[in-house]
Ligand binder design. Sequence first.
Ligand SMILES: O=C(O)C1=N[C@H](C(=O)O)C[C@H](O)C1
Length: 290
Amino acid sequence: MTLTGVYVPLITPFDATGAVALTALEALAHEVLDAGASGVVALGTTAEPASLTAAEQRGVVDVIARVCRERSAPLVVGAGTVEAVQALRGRSEVVAALSVVPPFLRPGEAGIIAHFAALALAGPVPLVVYHVPYRTGQHLSADTVRRLADLAGVAGIKYAVGGIDADAIELLADPPAGFAVLGGDDAFISPLLALGAHGGILASAHLATARFVELVDAWHTGATFRARTLGHRLAAMSSAMFAEPNPTVIKAVLHAQGRIPTAAVRLPLLPAGPGSVRAALRHIDADARG
Ligand SMILES: O=C(O)C1=N[C@H](C(=O)O)C[C@H](O)C1
């Protein structure tokens, strides 16, 4: 199956004691699926996974997996190591592991291909390669992405290069069969869809979920005028959501909407400032007014 549409990488809500608010998380997963998301992502960057204990991570995946089971919705789980992908064995709702390109080391493109070949072999589910070079420090050419797509057990890429680059244009001019190209930079999702991307993993889609779904559908059905107009509006909204480190603004907005018990984030993140939150809420209000 090729992953398409909008996948929402769920935040991890905390309650007033600082514990993970599992009931609110469950409700959020239902809400985004009700609004038309194709699926959800557990333990993406947006979930602050490095700030969760192993037990909290398991609790988060358990809750989201239960929702996906009830709804027959696909679940993608952030997992970058052999141990983490192997821990997904037996979870039938999990359709893929989202695995970041190894950061910081910059092993070179041949090393990256060897890494994903080994990880794909070790895991029970296919991989979606998370390519975010402004964080990992590792460039991948279109040719390298094609070689990754050729690997058995690699189902797609979350493409987040901080813009639209020459490699994206080259890749999407002739996309590998059965390989999903999913945008991962919210503000650039519309132009990437225009080039032929299959969908996106978009934290902004916690808000205005149905609009992001509409955007993907509009590009995929050739409703270009609607797609372009909506794309500009959602890009402005996404920029407001990312005015401070993700997911601080999104959590504050969800809290202001009464959807999660607190806006709390864990260190090293600091809560978003009131000006950023007000600006983001203004975008959502404007969108709701049409
Ligand atoms: O958690 C994710 O997956 C995403 N993280 C990105 C980030 O934190 O920069 C943004 C994207 O929307 C999805």
